[in-house]
Design a protein around this ligand. Structure first.
Ligand code: GLA
Length: 414
């Protein structure tokens, strides 16, 4: 007995000595980041490659002055095309014309506003925009990002022929960890390799679809007839693209339905539906519009406190489709303190009369989380979050006209 214990102590000491001599720290994902879905802004949807440091500073300024920061938005994410060439030692540099003060100065500026800065790279040899990718430079790039003070990395999947997705994302995860600066790692391989099945310990979020586009239910094809043909997708298409993956989402690891198109040309009701559904599915809320010239309406949509609270709920349970008929979906999401969110999405172009008898539903059980709501025996107050009005309680059936493309969004609480 005593000898065994001595032997154990000797073995532990031996492994400690070996580890410290070899300088090895075993890598992992940064824990305790993105415990609720990340909220921020990203340059791609509106600006593509037309980006520069002045506008990034302005976005940071507006985050504060508009009240978005106060509402929970935190990350200013620079997407593709910030890159210059690698220097003679292989270090990645910024495009000096567009970012003359350099990335460290920009990060310092963003941090001085109490915000965080995100960057973009690619697991292949080139990014989707044709800039230098990180393949073969993962550890060097990660050290560079850490030296600049970067807080978030979106890592894309163009030009990755012959690479294994899990392996490639694991390599970058390890590189980021070893570089030492806590960083949210955003996996962007469009759901092609089912990252929800393997990425929980690798990244904090993973895209579930190809790129979003600012329309309700369209598919927009690119490079038609070539071997590189691809599509971008409207709001409903992204919503419908994946089934049965909600069990993979939770604090620190989210299904990412892509950066939002709120304020980019859809109608007010479509924008609100889009925002509601991203909230219900616990997707990251990354605005993709030009914050400097958004309308009051767009700002009101992006900063609706109740919808954000649905998204940022501490339990981190992704919502689920409870019922669907005649183009009208009812989605539910259990929230903390026994509250539930309910979203009634009218997918149709025309208005519908929606009738819902809460009592008839009885006890609704979410098998995944084990959460229950007893609508038969317990009276719940109903708040309509888009007009900030109480709608009575669940003892009476709900009768409501819902416009085409509108989502009636409710919070039920005792
Ligand atoms: C891919 C990504 C987009 C964006 C572009 C940049 O298409 O899915 O979100 O980052 O690349 O080139």
């Amino acid at each position: 007995m005593f000898r065994n214990r001595i032997l154990k102590i000797v073995l532990v000491l031996f492994s400690l000595v070996v580890t410290s001599l070899s300088g090895q720290v075993s890598a992992k994902k940064f824990d305790d980041l993105a415990l609720t879905p990340p909220m921020g802004w990203n340059s791609w949807n509106t600006f593509g490659c037309e980006i520069n440091e002045k506008m990034i500073r302005e976005m940071a300024d507006i985050m504060l002055s508009s009240g978005m920061k106060e509402a929970g938005y935190q990350y200013i994410n620079i997407d593709d095309c910030w890159h210059g060439e690698r220097d003679e030692n292989g270090n990645i540099q910024v495009n000096a014309q567009h970012f003359p003060s350099g990335m460290k100065a920009l990060a310092d500026y963003v941090h001085s506003k109490g915000l965080k800065l995100g960057l973009y790279s690619d697991a292949g040899w080139k990014t989707c925009g044709g800039k230098p990718g990180s393949r073969g430079y993962e550890f060097q790039d990660a050290r560079q990002y850490a030296a600049w003070g970067i807080d978030y990395l979106k890592y894309d999947w163009c030009n990755t022929e012959g690479l294994n997705a899990e392996g490639a994302y694991l390599t970058m995860r390890d590189a980021l960890y070893k570089a030492g600066n806590p960083i949210v790692f955003s996996i962007c391989e469009w759901g092609d390799n089912q990252p929800w099945e393997w990425a929980k310990d690798i990244g904090h979020l993973w895209r579930t679809s190809g790129d979003i586009i600012n329309c309700w239910n369209c598919e927009h094809k690119h490079l038609v007839g070539t071997e590189n043909e691809w599509s971008s997708w409207g709001i409903l298409k992204i919503l419908d693209m994946r089934h049965n993956i909600r069990q993979y989402a939770g604090p620190g690891h989210w299904n990412d339905m892509d950066m939002m198109e709120v304020g980019n040309g859809m109608s007010k009701l479509e924008d609100q539906s889009h925002f509601t559904m991203w909230a219900m599915l616990a997707s990251p809320l990354i605005a993709g519009n030009d914050l400097r010239d958004m309308s009051k309406q767009t700002l009101a949509t992006l900063t609706n406190k109740d919808v954000i609270a649905i998204n940022q709920d501490i339990l981190g349970i992704q919502g689920f489709k409870y019922h669907t008929a005649n183009g009208v979906d009812v989605w539910l999401k259990p929230l903390a303190n026994g509250r539930w969110a309910m979203a009634v999405l009218n997918r149709n172009d025309d208005a519908v009369d929606f009738n819902f008898d809460f009592i008839e539903q009885g006890v609704i059980v979410d098998e995944l989380s084990g959460k229950k709501i007893d609508l038969k025996n317990t009276r719940h107050q109903i708040k309509n979050v888009w007009n900030n009005k109480m709608l009575g309680d669940t003892t009476r059936p709900l009768q409501k006209k819902i416009q085409g493309h509108e989502t009636l969004t409710l919070i039920l609480s005792i």
